[in-house]
Design a binder for this molecule. Structure first.
Ligand code: ADP
Ligand code: ZN
Length: 515
């Protein structure tokens, strides 16, 4: 056993070489040292690992770290060992398991990393009872909650295990938890409500911009031209990554692809090239970025809708770790929401509510005319000022129109034409542009034929996008539109619809885009 230094700062410097704690680190470490169970919600890059690694070197006994991914576990293991911390992992990938168990029982380990599947087995419990454990650290703790975005049933078995060692404090760590998930983590892991510590989520140097996608290559090319320095463009599929990487090559910047379909050595080489580069653009699936230490990423762009606000925050958070001005640009399309809502039909009952809420929150983020940062921070339970002054909506406020009337005309045209036609057809009906199909189906005789005027006609597309984002318009299997969500309430005049009119600058720039 080592002597606990009077000053934690001294220990911090001795072990990690850092001069000061960052943010809530000190508070979390203090609680752990005092034996108080804690849930620490800290954004990626805030330095979560240190909050259990430092106490592990000071307390008598071993800190058992539950971590869901073997690859991440080994990264952490290596960096802990590099700081002289006595650490080992017990996974199927570790061949020295016997030696590790010996060292653990002999009290020669500061840290023991283990996956939840193994931790929940009876023989692991036996092993713990024959060793000395000073702390349970549960990494990626949102995995314990069905409300979280990455539920792992094995995490539910941790509570009974830890309850068997009730005197050992628990430290749950996560970067991504909204208020709902947080409360659930506390319950599921048996941590008292007053054990919650939340670090500030604001990243003031990141400028958020979220715009409809019309010509993605042109939009991204402009971003790249305006933003010197290295950047990441996230695309949704491997094919999109390949295509975009090729198209963005025309910008003259070095561009490389990254996705799980590339051979491991190519991925490693591309990643290393990116980390070393000062102007490279990496076009990647979300497989890229986790655990990458590159502080000077100047922009992160999403070519399509991210999975959730948490994912968006985490992915954009890879920009500007050095604190210098950086840009996060998201391009989204109504079809992204259509696909995401279709995927909801495959989600099992227990998770449906959570998934739907997650999508609605994203819709609110992209559709808002108010401050993006304020919405993000409120999502993470903070109380930010109304305006940040460093997002698209603060810098160039869009106009907002009450489009409830046009929305009712649009929805009723969808309804009256039988909920089978796409937006092109509906638009013609509403604006009174006849064609053969319209005459053939008798749609020129409907009361909605030619019902919108020229001003209203310009709102149809942004409106359809907004209605699709909020789920009031859904897509049929064949790409037609049908009513969903609160469409009926809108038709009955019980719900209002506002539509964001793009700021003048953007509209001019978009030229012949057709929106
Ligand atoms: P997280 O797990 O929260 O994403 P990490 O634990 O990986 O973050 O830490 C992110 C980076 O910050 C690491 O490079 C780590 O060495 C560094 N770091 C952590 N704490 C401090 C500190 N107090 N001072 C300086 N650097 C720190
Ligand atoms: Zn703002």
């Amino acid at each position: 056993p080592r002597a606990v230094p009077a000053d934690l700062g001294e220990a911090l410097h001795a072990t990690f070489g850092f001069n000061a704690f960052r943010g809530v680190q000190e508070q979390v470490v203090g609680r752990v040292m005092a034996g108080q169970s804690t849930l620490a919600v800290m954004p990626t890059g805030a330095g979560k690992s240190l909050t259990y690694q430092l106490p592990a070197t000071l307390l008598d006994g071993t800190c058992v770290v539950i971590s869901p991914l073997i690859a991440l576990m080994h990264d952490q293991l290596r960096s802990a060992q590099a700081n002289g911390i006595r650490a080992a992992a017990l996974t199927s990938a570790d061949t020295d398991r016997e030696a590790t168990i010996e060292a653990f029982r002999a009290g020669e380990l500061d840290l023991l990393y283990v996956a939840p599947e193994r931790a929940s087995q009876a023989h692991f419990r036996d092993l713990l009872s024959r060793a000395r454990v000073c702390l349970f650290a549960i990494d990626e703790a949102h995995c314990v909650s069905e409300w979280g975005h990455d539920f792992r049933p094995d995490y539910r078995l941790l509570r009974p295990l830890m309850d068997a060692f009730a005197e050992v404090p628990r430290l749950a760590l996560t970067a991504t938890a909204d208020a709902h998930t947080r409360a659930d983590i506390l319950t599921q892991l048996g941590i008292a409500d007053d054990g919650l510590i939340v670090a500030g989520f604001d990243r003031p140097n990141i400028r958020y911009a979220i715009v409809p996608r019309d010509q993605p290559v042109r939009q991204l090319t402009r971003l790249i031209a305006e933003t010197p320095g290295a950047g990441i463009v996230y695309a949704q599929t491997r094919a999109q990554v390949e295509r975009l990487a090729e198209q963005l090559g025309a910008t003259g910047r070095p561009v490389l692809p990254y996705h799980a379909g590339l051979p491991g050595d190519v991925r490693a080489a591309n990643q290393a090239a990116f980390v070393a580069s000062e102007d490279m653009v990496m076009v990647a699936t979300i497989a890229f970025g986790m655990g990458i230490d590159k502080p000077d990423v100047r922009f992160v762009a999403h070519a399509g809708l991210p999975k959730s606000i948490e994912a968006y925050y985490q992915e954009t958070g890879r920009a500007g770790r050095d604190g210098d001005p950086s840009v996060a640009l998201m391009l989204w399309g109504a079809e992204d929401f259509v696909r995401a809502r279709q995927r909801l039909s495959e989600v099992d009952e227990a998770r449906l509510g959570g998934e739907r809420t997650r999508l609605d929150s994203l819709a609110a983020l992209v559709e808002t005319a108010a401050c993006r940062r304020a919405l993000l921070l409120r999502h993470f339970g903070e109380h930010p000022p109304e305006k940040c002054g460093n997002c698209d909506n603060c810098l160039d406020p869009p106009g907002v129109s009450d489009a409830t009337d046009v929305a009712r005309k649009l929805l009723s045209a969808v309804y009256r034409t039988g909920q089978t036609y796409g937006l092109g057809h509906i638009e013609k009906v509403l604006t009174g542009h006849s064609d053969d199909r319209i005459v053939e189906r008798g749609h020129d005789r409907l009361s909605v034929f030619g019902i919108v005027n020229e001003d209203e006609a310009r709102l149809i597309r942004p409106l359809a996008r907004a209605l699709q984002a909020r789920g009031a318009l859904l897509s049929t299997e064949h790409g037609g539109l049908m009513l969903g969500g609160d469409a009926r309430a809108i038709l009955k005049g019980e719900a209002a619809v506002a539509v964001v009119v793009p700021p003048k600058k953007e509209r001019k720039g978009r030229g012949r885009s057709g929106t």
